[in-house]
Design a protein around this ligand. Structure first.
Ligand code: UT7
Length: 459
């Protein structure tokens, strides 16, 4: 603790003063460290082991930590790291002990209080309800890129892209457009249709893999639309994200307690596309779709008829946008390099493998949702799939025995908008009047993770 205190630098001093003070502190520390070395016994070896464990716990990358600790140029830093880490381990141990003691003495009271709370909730706000989609909305960036535009960048052509994917153009953010600005526009449209005020939203789920802030975009959206009473968080399940978010949102209402939930599917993957890679740059576009879920008075009026959700991390390598350097297992050499390595790589995809997976997984998950709902494929009125490739959509429809008239497709206009593609397609199908009250809508998302998910809704 004394050593840690020596490292403490008054933030109000000038940077030169701070630097001088820091140098002096570190030199003092090194002097003590050298002197202390002679007395080091097995207990210091133990504390050193603890420092490694603590470093792991603190999410300091293992190899980077070892490398940093063994580098001669960072000896002084190593001393301070070590002291700080050992200090933090000691503090944590003491704090844990205190916390356990505190917990022991309080347990009885807490248990009584918790039981009381649950009892009250069961009879009051936590009564189960049904949930329905009461509003839909969408937003797209102003700028779009055609296949001919792309043919000027990479060796491709309009005919190849249309035949192999069904895509004609894709929208990309520009100027001051962001994921949050798209989400705001789509959400306000959905809220207007649902006739729900932003202040009446209890929960906002933003399904995205490309947030404006690493800590999440949902809170930014909450602030932008003025949904002051809502809990807001991001959900990352790539192109399956919206379906997963929708099922999550439905359960918050079905389980009781929440009246209005805003579920947004939004992605701006143009930020991560390698515009030199014709295998991926032709596919992705930016966009956003949003739905408002509202509680129904009767449980049996619930729109969610069935659902099915899966992940398979062992196939993760087929579709990635990893932290830079992670692929090569690179070790950070310096703080500045660590900064560079914390951005993300471009999207990498084994197109054919993902294609084969999707063609198998989509009909399978929809059949599972149908089984849950005790329904048959022919009872589906509208098939709203993740818009990744028209050939995948057609193959899935064919395996389910559904005709073209039941297939919703807007891939020609927007390409693959990841988490946004299902709500975008749904929104357009509803706005065009194709989806009518009582219709059964089957939705499915699939993609990176790998993840795949489906649900059946009665409109
Ligand atoms: O949202 C996440 C889910 N993602 C997906 O579902 C994507 C699934 N995969 C796909 O949609 C397709 O695999 C792609 C559209 C990515 C590729 O289509 P493909 O029919 O599987 O093409 P391929 O990779 O087998 O390539 C066939 C040929 C190759 O040339 P050779 O080796 O036969 O001479 C490619 O180099 O087409 C070539 N090629 C292209 N040619 C013109 C690949 N991309 C292009 C291109 N333009 N953009």
């Amino acid at each position: 603790m004394q050593m840690c205190a020596l490292l403490w630098i008054n933030a109000s001093r000038t940077s030169t003063e701070r630097e001088g003070e820091r140098e002096r502190s570190l030199l003092r520390l090194r002097g003590r460290e050298e002197a202390g070395k002679r007395d080091e016994s097995s207990s210091s070896a133990e504390s050193f082991r603890n420092s490694f464990k603590s470093a792991l716990r603190a999410r300091i990358e293992w190899r980077s930590f070892i490398h940093h600790m063994s580098s001669p140029s960072t000896t002084m830093m190593r001393v301070s790291w070590r002291r700080a880490i050992v200090g933090s381990v000691e503090n944590t141990t003491t704090n844990n002990r205190r916390a356990r003691q505190h917990e022991k003495t309080k347990r009885k009271t807490t248990t009584t209080r918790h039981a009381t709370k649950c009892q009250t909730s069961q009879t009051a706000s936590f009564s189960p309800k049904g949930a329905k989609i009461s509003g839909v909305g969408k937003a797209l960036p102003k700028k779009f890129i055609t296949n001919d535009d792309l043919a000027k960048l990479v060796e491709t052509n309009d005919e190849w892209i249309r035949t192999r994917t069904g895509i004609g153009k894709r929208h990309v953010i520009s100027g001051d457009e962001t994921l949050t600005s798209l989400a705001e526009e789509a959400s306000l449209e959905a809220l207007k249709m649902a006739n729900v005020n932003p202040e009446d939203i209890d929960l906002i789920i933003v399904a995205t893999s490309s947030p404006d802030d690493l800590f999440g975009s949902a809170c930014l959206l909450q602030s932008a639309i003025g949904a002051k009473g809502a809990l807001a968080y991001d959900l990352t399940a790539a192109c399956s994200g919206f379906v997963v978010g929708l099922v999550n949102g439905m359960h918050y209402i079905r389980g009781g307690g929440y009246e209005n939930v805003l579920v947004v599917g939004a992605d701006v993957l143009s930020r991560y596309v390698d515009w030199r890679d014709r295998g991926t740059c032709i596919l992705f576009g930016d966009g956003c779709g949003a739905v408002v879920l509202t509680a129904t008075s009767k449980v049996e009026e619930c729109s969610l008829l069935g659902f099915d959700m899966h992940s398979d991390g062992s196939q993760n390598h087929h579709l990635t946008a990893k932290v830079c350097g992670a692929k090569a297992g690179k070790v950070w050499q310096s703080d500045s390099e660590a900064g560079e390595l914390t951005s993300y790589d471009n999207i990498g995809m084994n197109g054919q493998d993902v294609f084969k997976f999707a063609v198998r997984a989509v009909p399978m998950t929809i059949k599972e949702s149908l089984k849950n709902a005790n329904m048959q494929p022919e009872e589906i009125d509208h098939l709203v799939l993740h818009q990744a490739n028209q050939r995948i959509i057609d193959a899935a429809a064919q395996r389910l025995g559904l005709g073209d008239d039941k297939v919703v497709s807007n891939i020609a206009e927007y390409g693959n908008t990841s988490a946004a593609s299902v709500p975008l397609a749904l929104c357009e199908a509803v706005e065009s009047g194709n989806v009518k009250r009582g219709d059964v809508v089957a939705m499915a998302g699939f993609g990176a993770g790998l993840t795949w998910a489906s649900c059946l809704l009665k409109w």
